[in-house]
Design a protein around this ligand. Sequence first.
Ligand code: SF4
Ligand code: SF4
Length: 92
Amino acid sequence: MSVCETCTMEEKIYICCARFPQTGEQKTMVLESGAVKKVCPYLTREGTCSIYSTRPDNCQKFFCDRFLLEEGTEGFNSDTPYNLIKALHDNE
Ligand code: SF4
Ligand code: SF4
């Protein structure tokens, strides 16, 4: 399971998919909780990206802090400064 699949809609909206990065475009979405939010036009109600395979570079290269912390999950990047420093401490 990828890190992104464990995120709630609220996390996706606040951290990564509130607007289309190329244009700033947004659409209105009513969440299950009843909250009304502005989100990227390509974010689906299920929390997936409807243009995932052709999403812009900004989206493909965006890694939030959760990727630095959740080793063992798809997308985990062992070369980040966090992990390099952690490896040094683990080896002490
Ligand atoms: S990039 Fe981060 S905030 Fe966005 S869906 Fe993935 S794990 Fe969640
Ligand atoms: S294009 Fe897809 S990945 Fe990029 S912000 Fe919109 S929903 Fe998120």
